[in-house]
Structures are given as structure tokens and as C-alpha cells.
Unconditional design. Structure first.
Length: 38
């Protein structure tokens, strides 16, 4: 089971990614998580 979207965003931020957000696709069945690491 996958963690909630907010938890994935926090995990990415904790790993050093900035401007982390997600985009729900297919009515929420799929979520694309994005972030920048410079």
C-alpha cells in the first residue's frame, strides 16, 4: 500500500527536494509527484 500523497511530499522534502507538489490524474487513481533538487 502506498503512503498518502502528503506523506510522499514530506518524504521528498526531507530528501532535499524543493517546490514539491503532486498532480492527480485519472480521477485520483494516479498521482504524479514532482519536485526540484538543485
Amino acid at each position: 500500500k502506498h503512503p498518502p500523497q502528503e506523506v510522499v511530499e514530506k518524504m521528498m522534502a526531507d530528501a532535499g527536494f524543493e517546490r514539491v507538489h503532486h498532480l492527480n490524474l485519472s480521477g485520483g487513481i494516479v498521482a504524479l509527484h514532482m519536485g526540484y533538487k538543485l
